[in-house]
Structures are given as C-alpha cells and as structure tokens.
Write a protein that binds this ligand. Structure first.
Ligand code: PLP
Length: 418
C-alpha cells in the first residue's frame, strides 16, 4: 500500500482537515479561491517529476516533449485571454514574478514609485524587508485622507519630484479601479515605465469586468490563484515583445531554476476556463456579492454601531470594512467572524489609529463564495450574517447555524472523498 493515508497518516490528516475546513466555513479571504478539480489534477500529477530549465524548444534537459506542449498552451492561452503579445508563465508565485519584472526593468538603486503597504500596496512594491525595499530607492503614494482614494495629483507630484524609473500600479487591498490611463500619462511625462500588478483583479479582467491594463502598461504581472481561480503561481504579460528577452532571462535564470511543470499545466487549464461563459458568470456574481456586502454594511443599523465601508463601496471583488469608529477592532472582528463560520482577514485602514497587529479594518472578498455557486440571495444572507457578527454582542450560535446552512447548500468538491 503506497497511499498517502498509509505512508504518512499525519499528512493525510492535514489534507482531510483542510478539506473539512474549506467545506464547512464561508471563505471570504479576498485573495483565496477554490481551484477546480481539473486544475488540481495537473497540480498533483507526474509533471512534478520533470526538470525543464529553459523555455519550450530551448531546454537544458532531455525529455521535455510533453511539458513543452503544456507550457506552449499556457503561453498562447494567457496571451489570447488578456490580449498580450508576450507571456511568461514560469514564475513560481506572484512575488517571484514581481522580482523578475523589477530586475528586468530597473537597476539596484533606481527609484520606484508604488502604493504604500499600509494603504493597500503589496510587499513586493517596496516594503523595506522585501527585495524590492532593499534593492531600490522606494517612494510611495498613499490614499487621500478624506476620500480614501488614490488621487492622481499626488502620484503626479511625487513622480515629478522623484523621477522614478518605474511606476507601479497595483494593490492587495483597494476596492476601486485604478486609472491606468492617468498612470500612463504620468509615466510618459516623467519618462518612467508603467508596471501594473493585477494579481488581485486578473479574473475580473479576463471576464471583461475590469479595465484591462495590458494595452496601457509596459509590463503586467499577476498571480493565477486569486480571482483567476487557478493553481498557486505567477505570470507576466506584455502588450509587445520589447521586454521579452529581458523578462525571460530575469525569470530563468534570474530568479528561478527548474519551472514547476505541473503548475504550468494547471495554469494552462485555468486560462482555458477563464475564457468561458461560466467563468464570466462567476466573476459577475463575485462583483454582485461584493456590492451586496458593501451595501449591507452601510445600512443604518451597521452604521449606528460605527461600521463604515472604505470609499463607500466597491468596484471589485472585495470590500474594506472600516471599524475606526466601532468598539470592535480588526483582530476582534476577524476572531468573531471565524467563530460564526466566516474566514476573513483583518486589515489596516489608511491612517489607522490602532496598531498593525490589531487594525481597524476587515478585508472581505467574494471570489471563493462565487466559485462555490453563491447567488444573489446567498450573498444577501452572507452580508446580513457579517453585519450581525460585527455588532457588539453577536448571537454567535445562531449565526453559525446560518453559515452552516449556506455551506451545506453548496457542497464543495463533492467528488473528493474525505
Ligand atoms: N502582488 C499582489 C498585488 C498581491 O496581492 C500578491 C499576493 O498577495 C502578490 C503580488 C504575491 O503573490 P504570491 O503570494 O503568489 O507571492
């Protein structure tokens, strides 16, 4: 018997516990999703065995025929999906994709301009402990104190003052569209390159529900596992081949050795699925769900208890509940939501008066619920549960019963044995 359950029951138990957890909780971490079985099949396949350093047709190992097909399919599908002329599907993660992008277009010591981490930016956009903060001279723009929006005047002023080599447009926690055209104009004015990190909203772009940065930016990076709902990984796109050589070199050998061929094959399937009508429908439900949650948290009873919604709503798959005026802080909200059966994460709010480990915000996302099958009425019920959970004395057992009912209505991975 060579099964995992037999060889390593401790790890089999982890797999079983995680499947139980995913099935019985409502997943509202905005960066998470449920990869389809077809994607899990490649991700857990024999392709994990293959070394394939290099690129299709130009490998440093023999025996790459089958995996070349997978990588070529992933590249062609990514290009077609996003209207790009260049794609690199090898980055192991969003962070490695970003490291390759920066090393391809900037030299250590160059100035980069990105969104502040505590205003919704990502670690790889210049956080001091990250490679980006260590290697580059980082200047950041932030959200406006009143509107909680990225104000392009501020971005322009900073760009004119600091003359960055690269301007980064992208976020991990921001509920509105970015004005890619305005970013482009500023980049052109100061002679900077424009890099868009669409890790979070790539699925919306694929479905035509969010402006596509590919025609406007010099380079676009992404993850494949957030709204896109594929395997955990990263990829890089460009509207033309200007940076192709440099990007390829900076992924391999610049950042990585052997590519994860099992994950690249799974990416190919994810890109295929992302071009279908069921995927577009799922992204529409994702957006509708986020708007329903935002509206519910802006209802009079929620507002009376000090809850607000950053920017007054959302254009995308997430909302940021602003608890600055609530007696419930971010860490308490995260705990109570978990007790009622909802997984979400606390998040700093711009100009947060509470410390970073406590915070005054919660980030709530709807991609995983939409993947699970949630429709309008399910999102209305979910939003009402969230609104009640964030009240000072929530009825936790009743709310847990309600989340269980929703979870049971949409069995997750019904074909997978426990
Ligand atoms: N870029 C953005 C905007 C992200 O939000 C994330 C992940 O949270 C990443 C990059 C990094 O992706 P990964 O976690 O796969 O390294």
């Amino acid at each position: 018997n060579v099964s995992l359950a037999h060889i390593d029951p401790a790890i089999q138990a982890v797999l079983d516990d995680e499947l139980d957890r995913e099935r019985s909780y409502l997943e509202m971490i905005a960066s998470e999703n449920f990869a389809p079985i077809s994607v899990l099949e490649s991700a857990g396949s024999v392709l994990t065995n293959k070394y394939a350093e290099g690129y299709p047709g130009r490998r440093y190992y023999a025996g790459c025929g089958p995996v070349d097909v997978a990588e070529e399919l992933a590249i062609e599908r990514a290009k077609a999906l996003f209207g790009a002329e260049y794609a690199n599907v090898q980055p192991h993660s969003g962070a490695t994709a970003n490291a390759a992008v920066l090393s391809a277009i900037a030299q250590p010591g160059d100035t980069i301009l990105g969104l502040r981490l505590d205003h919704g930016g990502h670690l790889t956009h210049g956080m001091p402990l990250n490679f980006s903060g260590k290697l580059y001279n980082v200047v950041t723009y932030g959200l406006d104190r009143n509107s909680s929006l990225i104000e392009m005047d501020q971005v322009r002023d900073l760009a004119l003052a600091h003359r960055p080599k690269v301007i980064i447009a992208g976020w991990s926690a921001y509920p509105r569209y970015l004005d890619f055209t305005a970013f482009r104009e500023i980049a052109d004015e100061v002679g900077a390159l424009l890099w868009v990190d669409m890790a979070h909203f790539a699925g919306l772009v694929a479905a035509g529900l969010h402006p596509n940065p590919v025609p406007v930016a010099d380079i676009v990076s992404s993850t494949s596992h957030k709204t896109l709902g594929g395997p955990r990984g990263g990829f890089i796109l460009s509207r033309d081949d200007t940076y192709a050589k440099s990007l390829n070199r900076n992924v391999f050998p610049g950042q990585q050795g052997g590519p994860l061929m099992h994950i690249i094959a799974a990416k190919a399937t994810a890109f295929l699925l992302a071009g279908t009508e069921p995927f577009a429908d799922r992204q529409r439900r994702t957006l509708e769900g986020a708007r329903i949650v935002a509206d519910r948290l802006l209802a009079p009873d929620a507002r009376a208890s000090g809850i607000d919604v950053l920017t007054g709503g959302t254009d995308v798959h997430l909302i940021l509940a602003d608890l600055r005026s609530s007696e419930i802080d971010g860490i308490t909200a995260e705990r109570v939501l978990h007790e009622v059966g909802i997984t979400a994460n606390r998040n700093s709010i711009p100009f947060d008066p509470r410390p970073p480990l406590v915070t005054s915000g919660v980030r709530l996302g709807t991609p995983a619920l939409a993947t699970r099958g949630f429709e309008t009425l399910d999102f209305i019920e979910t939003a009402d549960i969230v609104a009640h959970a964030l009240q000072p004395k929530p009825d936790i057992p009743t709310l847990r019963t309600r989340t269980k009912a929703l979870a049971e209505k949409y069995p997750l991975y019904p074909g997978l044995p426990r």
